[in-house]
Design a protein around this ligand. Structure first.
Ligand SMILES: Nc1ncnc2c1ncn2[C@@H]1O[C@H](COP(=O)(O)OP(=O)(O)OP(=O)(O)O)[C@@H](O)[C@H]1O
Length: 400
């Protein structure tokens, strides 16, 4: 019986396995069956003659239809397009908390007039200022308002009152990919390839907009109602001018140049994709340690070990993404993302179909109605919305 994932949210830097893995939408990938709510095959490996329904069709003809048009069309297919030019908090009924971050919470909200659901991110101004997140919050807003892509969560509008900042976002009802990954321990080769491919398209787009994401990890990847990837949490994203020097992200996913103060740019996202592919296929990131310092050491020592069962093409790609020299790292060279997309592991991916949402995802989240929150943990409600802030703090968000 498919049970919804209970996603224990894990915050950087202490990534750990969620304590409650109550559900099993699909069982272990090692030769066991998937539930009816998924369409992935069982125990699939590269040479599996019965490729699962989430596999890709091979396409040598690069159709010249513009990616941006496709992305916009696909985006409209996935999202509830708001019917208003301007949102106001009054038109929303706040229903239930579906997520907690370090600085605030995310609630499910419903439009009082048309019944559409939204995710409302609520950030207490005083807490944001006290934790020195003012720049990150401004940056998240700026970046998300700019990005429109089927695999990136959409921000519709921002509001504020005396205590809080509000971000009215598209509601992504499938929950975090992290929960699905921890529940099944590993993803099959074709599942990992599907998610990696959608993320590669999102990264290509983000970079084309002059932005670096800097926080790629399973906790920040959500699944849409149809099971497509939605990248969320752009708190660390940054518009690039040249190199940027602040250290952001979760230790396991940090690139060596982030640790050695050499500056870092979009190469850190391709590095993180390498870590993510490894984690999806092995169930753990490649560079491990008991604490942050040990993880940093492991990254700098760069001892990369693969289990024997690791698909060979995937291994080759991961090695090329986890190239220490970022001038040689796949994705960072002259051809940019194209080099990643042309890698052998992605040979069967039809990129145009993928972007147009014509490839069936391997996991279809169980949802009984549009405002179903069954794929999220339950949280205690906090109607007080945190401490009051002073005028000085409010002024920092005068433009919000
Ligand atoms: N658009 C959304 N739709 C559904 N759930 C969401 C959405 N955005 C965020 N969430 C849920 O709320 C949680 C917290 O959101 P988010 O990560 O954006 O907050 P944060 O304060 O930036 O967190 P962090 O401390 O990880 O940086 C997410 O992990 C996710 O489970």
């Amino acid at each position: 019986m498919p049970i919804s994932p209970s996603s224990s949210h894990v915050h950087a830097p202490n990534r750990s396995i969620p304590m409650v893995l109550l559900f099993c939408r699909f069982e272990s990938t090692e030769g066991t069956a998937m539930s009816s709510s998924t369409s992935a095959c069982s125990g699939e490996e590269e040479d599996c003659s019965n490729e699962c329904s989430a596999s890709f069709t091979f396409d040598t003809n690069n159709n010249n239809r513009r990616d941006e048009e496709l992305a916009e069309e696909a985006h409209l297919k996935l999202s509830i397009t708001p019917t208003y030019d301007k949102f106001s908090l009054e038109q929303l009924t706040r229903l239930v908390t579906i997520g907690k971050g370090t600085f605030g919470r995310v609630e499910l909200a419903r439009d009082k007039i048309n019944g559409a659901h939204y995710a409302l991110k609520v950030l207490n101004i005083k807490r944001v200022v006290d934790t020195r997140q003012v720049d990150h919050v401004h940056s998240e807003k700026k970046v998300l308002l700019k990005l429109k892509h089927p695999f990136i969560v959409r921000l519709y509008a921002c509001e504020k009152d005396n205590k809080c900042l509000y971000m009215i976002m598209e509601y992504v009802p499938g929950g975090e990919m992290f929960s699905y990954l921890r529940a099944s321990r590993t993803f099959t080769n074709s599942m990992a390839r599907f998610y990696a491919a959608e993320i590669a398209l999102a990264l290509e787009y983000i970079h084309s907009q002059g932005i670096v994401y800097r926080d790629l990890k399973p906790e920040n990847l959500m699944l849409s109602k149809d099971g497509h990837v939605k990248m969320a949490d752009f708190g660390f994203a940054k518009e690039l001018r040249d190199r940027t020097y602040t250290i952001c992200g979760t230790p396991d996913y940090l690139a060596p140049e982030s640790l050695s103060s050499k500056g870092h740019n979009k190469g850190v996202d391709w590095w993180a994709l390498g870590i993510l592919i490894y984690e999806m296929m092995v169930g753990k990131p490649p560079f491990r340690g008991k604490n942050t310092a040990e993880i940093y050491d492991a990254i700098l020592e760069h001892k990369l070990k693969f289990p024997r069962s690791f698909n060979l093409a995937a291994k080759d790609l991961v090695k090329k993404l986890l190239e220490v020299d970022r001038t040689q790292r796949l994705g960072c060279m002259k051809n940019g993302a194209q080099d990643v997309k042309e890698h052998k592991w992605f040979e069967k991916v039809n990129w145009e179909d993928l972007l147009a949402l014509r490839v069936e995802p391997p996991i279809i989240p169980t949802l009984y109605h549009p405002g179903d929150t069954g794929n999220f943990d339950e949280y205690e409600e906090d109607n007080g919305m945190g401490p009051v802030c002073g005028q000085r703090e409010r002024d920092l968000f005068a433009e919000w």
